[in-house]
Structure formats: structure tokens, C-alpha cells
Ligand binder design. Structure first.
Ligand SMILES: Cc1cc2nc3c(=O)[nH]c(=O)nc-3n(C[C@H](O)[C@H](O)[C@H](O)COP(=O)(O)O)c2cc1C
Length: 351
């Protein structure tokens, strides 16, 4: 099946503009969501053995999740869950709707198995996301909701902007991610700084702690941090018991030839893998298993997923791998894990 995807379908899809293909694919799977026979067929094709894991107090049937950015508008959680994911992260969602950057804003560095995007949080906004989630959940697997700030919101107002979004979406997510690392929203990465990060997470945690159901909060970090910056982020995560998702896309182009250097945006996929793994390894060392960690960046198969677990990830997410390897990626990863007898070592509970 994956062979057919790569030899036939991918060849056809890659003839067209990446964003047009993505939107068309999402639209078609979205319409299958209400056709139960279609859901069952997809489920049968994508089914693999379970790898039960508990992380951040949530029980997952397996530790492989969909990364944020694939379903920004919470359109297709039910059908995406049928691809075998142990969880889905939807978004990034901002408080108010926004159109994002001008097109073209999504590019395939095909010969390097990379993707560059400068989407800029195009999404229908938190209220529309809440309406959709009300209709489409439960998805059958835990759902994380990834929150960002509106492009026109000044950095000083970011805590309020994120908090309003969190409040609006709170009934619908099993966990929440504060995205502080997209390179496509001006100054967003400034939120990694210690004081700014504390000002961002404190009101969010006050809200969560005052709620009847206390849900885990993650921060999603950049792979481009200096060691001192990473150390500060780790200290903040430990202080506030925040989970960490490592990593978002990179602004570096070290592993790509000259021709891609001037293409602005965040790079993901295979050329991100080493950088993302380095960040994950350092972070796991700094946090020493005391907060939950997700690894994301350049996972294309079972071996690269296992590498993330070995470096300290409790859960792993994929995005670019789905585009290059096809919709049976999760099944292939889980089958490989089973074949090699690998089991994610850490299945601890975190406060
Ligand atoms: C087209 C595209 C859009 C993305 N949008 C988001 C987003 O909205 N929010 C976010 O946190 N990450 C976003 N990401 C980053 C991914 O979630 C992931 O962190 C990154 O791509 C590395 O994983 P990968 O190498 O498996 O793609 C996006 C990635 C791509 C390729």
C-alpha cells in the first residue's frame, strides 16, 4: 500500500500546488467522516497493534500522534483518528479568525524530503473551532488543541489573547499546547524568554487550576534555541509542570542547498530531524523525566520514531512523514515497533 502511494498517488499529487492538494485531501476525507462504511474501511486498512501508554495523565492506545498544522480548523478529527493515530493535535487556533500570509506559502523541497511553510496561522478562529469540535468530538482518540496568538496582537497582550482562546476551547481538548515557536508570526519566538513565558503560562494555569477538570498544558518549542535558552525553558517547564513538545519547524537551512536558502518560512521533514533530535536529547537531559515530553520532527518510519523514544520522548508526533510516506505511516511505525520488540520505556504519570 505504501509502495503504491509513493509510486502512484504521490507522483500525481506532487504535480500540483501543495496547499491546493492539502485542502482538497482534507475536504475529501472530511466528507467521508459521516460515511460509516468509509471509516470502517480506512480503519481496517490502517489498523495495527495497540501500544498502550500513559503520559501527562492521559491514556493513549499508542504513542504516535498527528502534529499540529495538518488540521488547523478541526475539520476532520473523526476520520484522521481512523488512520491509526494514538492522538491528534489540532490547530494552531487563534482567538479571532485570520487569513495568514499571502500564497504561495507552502513548498516541497522534494529531493530532500522537506517542507517549507510560512502559512502564518491561517484559521477560522476559536469560536468556529469550538462549534466544529462540539459537533465532531469524540474522535475516538485523545485530542490536543494547539493555541497561538493573532498576528495583530502585540506581544504584551499575548497572555490575554492565549487565555481567551484557552477558555473558549477548554471543554473540547484533552490537553492544550501553547505554540510559542512558529517562525511565521512576528516576534512569537520571544515568548520563549523566561519572564515572557511565565507571564504567558501563569494565567493559563490559574484558569486550568480553577476548572473542575484539570487538563495538561504543553508548550511547543523551536529547534533553533541556544543551550542557555533551552535551559531557561526547561526550568520554566519544571517550575510550572508543563509538558514540552520538541520541536516546531526550523528557520535554519544548513542541510539544504543554496536554492532553498532564500525561501522564507519553517522547514520540516527529513532536514529537520537531526536538529530536532538534538533539542529533544538536551531537553530530556534537563528535565530528567519530570515532565512529559513529545518528540516531533523528521519521523518517517519506525526507526526514526524509536530514536525519539530513546532520546527521551514519551509520545511522538508526525506531519511531513505523512506527506512523503503516505497515510499508512502510523501502521508502519507500530508494526516496526512490534517487529523489533520495542516498547516505549517510560509510561509514567505526571502531575
Ligand atoms: C504545512 C505545515 C503547517 C504547520 N502548521 C503548524 C501549526 O499551525 N502549529 C504548529 O504548532 N506546528 C505547525 N507545523 C509544525 C509541525 O507540527 C511539526 O512540528 C513540524 O512540521 C516538524 O514535524 P515533521 O518533520 O514531522 O513535519 C506545521 C508544519 C507544516 C509542514
Amino acid at each position: 500500500m505504501s509502495f503504491l502511494y509513493k509510486k502512484l498517488l504521490r507522483e500525481v499529487l506532487f504535480q500540483f500546488d501543495p496547499e491546493t492538494v492539502h485542502d482538497a485531501m482534507l475536504r475529501s476525507v472530511r466528507s467521508l467522516q459521516n460515511v460509516s462504511a468509509a471509516g470502517r474501511v480506512i480503519e481496517l486498512l490502517a489498523r495495527a497493534g495497540d501500544f498502550p501508554v500513559t503520559a501527562a495523565g492521559i491514556a493513549f492506545k499508542n504513542p504516535i500522534g498527528l502534529a499540529a498544522g495538518f488540521d488547523k480548523n478541526c475539520e476532520a478529527p473523526r476520520i484522521l483518528a481512523k488512520l491509526g493515530f494514538g492522538f491528534l493535535e489540532l490547530g494552531t487556533i487563534t482567538l479571532r479568525p485570520q487569513t495568514g500570509n499571502p500564497r504561495p506559502r507552502l513548498f516541497r523541497a522534494r529531493e530532500h524530503k522537506g517542507i517549507i511553510n510560512r502559512m502564518g496561522f491561517n484559521n477560522a478562529g476559536a469560536y468556529e473551532a469550538a462549534r466544529r469540535l462540539q459537533r465532531l468530538l469524540p474522535a475516538g482518540v485523545p485530542v490536543g488543541l494547539n493555541i497561538g496568538k493573532n498576528a495583530d496582537c502585540p506581544l504584551d497582550d499575548a497572555p490575554r489573547n492565549y487565555l481567551e482562546t484557552l477558555k473558549t476551547l477548554y471543554p473540547f481538548g484533552d490537553y492544550f499546547t501553547l505554540n510559542i515557536s512558529s517562525p511565521n508570526t512576528l516576534q512569537l519566538r520571544e515568548l520563549h524568554r523566561k519572564e515572557r513565558l511565565a507571564r504567558l503560562v501563569e494565567p493559563a494555569l490559574d484558569f486550568i487550576n480553577g476548572s473542575a477538570a484539570k487538563k495538561p498544558l504543553f508548550i511547543k518549542i523551536a529547534p533553533d534555541l541556544e543551550h542557555a535558552e533551552l535551559k531557561e525553558v526547561a526550568e520554566t517547564a519544571l517550575k510550572y509542570s508543563l509538558g514540552i513538545i520538541a520541536t516546531n519547524t526550523t528557520v535554519k537551512r544548513d542541510h539544504l542547498p543554496e536554492v532553498w536558502r532564500s525561501c522564507e518560512g519553517g522547514l520540516s521533514g527529513l532536514p529537520l530531524r537531526d536538529l530536532s533530535n538534538e533539542t529533544l536529547k538536551k531537553l530530556a537531559g534537563l528535565t530528567a523525566g519530570r515532565v512529559p515530553v513529545m518528540g516531533v520532527g523528521g519521523v518517517f518510519d519506525g526507526a526514526s520514531a524509536i530514536e525519539k523514544f530513546r532520546l527521551g520522548a514519551d509520545l511522538v508526533q508526525v506531519y511531513s512523514g505523512l506527506i512523503y510516506e503516505g497515510p499508512l505511516l502510523v501502521k508502519n511505525i507500530l508494526n516496526y515497533m512490534k517487529k523489533t520488540g520495542f516498547s516505549p520505556a517510560k509510561t509514567g504519570e505526571y502531575a
